[in-house]
Write a protein that binds this ligand. Structure first.
Ligand code: CP3
Length: 347
């Protein structure tokens, strides 16, 4: 490993499973609408245009690094971007989030789905990664990412925000073979895409499985754990450290320890000390401040809750993060207080 890599706090924790007294910190959705400089770019460019234009995507990724000096930077894109070359008619409208016009709900619908070579079909994302690794400070790790197969499938099956998951569950039970095939094909894309991001310059990756928490543990183990293990074993062959995030995963913690990921990212509802008792020794934990704590802007509350998360992590290898993405209404000062509490004024 080159010496520079050893100096990066984030990689020391995720690769070497070290506990650092000042844990590395970054925030999910750290480039986003709570930043005036992000909104200035979005005033002239649509969300997908930013994702597809390497210079803009790189600029937006760098904004929170310049402002806050986080220990890790996450590529600016979206988990749904790779579904476009696979055939999804994806749009993001004002106020309603993502929509996919051509849903996949049956075996016949699956025929419209194309398998892709990410190095060709997603070359502009990979170019963004290469720009970023060149522009980022040497001490800041670059995290690539993808959506996990189940969460990607929920958006494509429902055609947008999956809640209440009626079509997902119908397909799972009524068309189990088609459902499995959809997950398998997404899993192949995800593995190839993550490996391509690391070839382009990413130092580590994160898999977002936001909606896997809707499944009972039994279904999680039967339906999605094998495909996750397949992705993770391919990443391990390539020596790529990976974090696995699920929202609302308190009932799944034991299974989260079996995917093969280096890091388990928990939301704010799972106490980190309880998760540590269940997870295998040495597993890195990431999380898990409730993002709504930052909304108050109340300094004593933010400091107290940040300290509580640090205490719950104890002497475990720990990456500090929120339990889910930072909210657009978050005041900038709240992030400054959070960082000051974690770093003790050290930086
Ligand atoms: O974390 C980061 O800073 C990296 C960039 C990133 C975005 N989305 C940017 C984004 C990442 C890693 C994601 C992941 C993502 N996207 C997930 C998994 C994690 C999670 O948040 O649960 C999911 C489910 C999506 C799908 C998605 N994208 C939704 C549901 C929405 C709309 C909700 C919203 O916040 O408006 C998006 C849009 C989106 N993705 C924005 C950003 C910054 C807001 C776009 C805007 O500027 O209007």
């Amino acid at each position: 490993m080159p010496e520079a890599t050893n100096r990066r706090a984030y990689e020391q924790v995720v690769r070497e499973k070290k506990h650092l007294d000042t844990p590395p910190v970054w925030l999910m959705r750290q480039a986003g609408r709570y930043l005036p400089e992000y909104n200035a770019i979005r005033a002239n460019h649509s969300f997908l245009e930013v994702c597809h234009t390497p210079d803009l995507a790189a600029e937006v990724t760098l904004q929170p690094i310049r402002r806050f000096g986080f220990d890790a930077s996450i590529l600016f894109s979206d988990i749904l971007v790779p579904l476009q070359p696979m055939g999804a008619e994806l749009t993001f409208g004002k106020g309603h989030g993502p929509r996919i016009a051509n849903t996949i709900r049956t075996a016949a619908d699956l025929e419209q789905m194309k398998d892709i070579e990410p190095r060709e079909a997603l070359s502009e994302v990979l170019e963004t990664v290469t720009i970023l690794r060149r522009e980022l400070p040497e001490t800041v790790s670059l995290i690539g990412f993808a959506g996990a197969p189940f969460t990607l499938a929920t958006y494509w099956i429902e055609g947008g925000k999956p809640d209440p998951f009626a079509n997902v569950k119908r397909m799972q039970y009524a068309e189990p073979d088609a459902f499995r095939s959809l997950l398998d094909r997404l899993a192949d894309m995800v593995s190839d895409y993550l490996i391509a991001q690391v070839e382009a310059g990413a130092d580590a990756v994160q898999l977002f499985d936001t909606w896997a928490g809707i499944l009972p543990d039994r279904e999680f183990r039967q339906m999605i754990l094998p495909s996750l293990q397949r992705i993770l074993s391919r990443l391990r062959e390539e020596d790529i450290p990976c974090t696995y995030f699920v929202r609302g995963s308190g009932h799944l913690v034991r299974s989260l320890g079996e995917t093969g990921s280096d890091v388990v990212s928990l939301d704010w509802r799972t106490p980190l000390d309880e998760a540590r008792d269940i997870l295998p020794e040495g597993k890195v934990i990431q999380g898990n401040l409730d993002p709504t704590i930052l909304l108050s802007g109340d300094e004593s509350v933010i400091r107290r809750e940040t300290r509580r998360v640090l205490n719950e992590a104890g002497d475990a290898p720990h990456i500090f993060n929120l339990g889910h993405g930072i909210l657009p209404q978050t005041p900038i000062e709240a992030v400054e207080i959070l960082l000051d509490e974690i770093r003790g004024g050290a930086r």
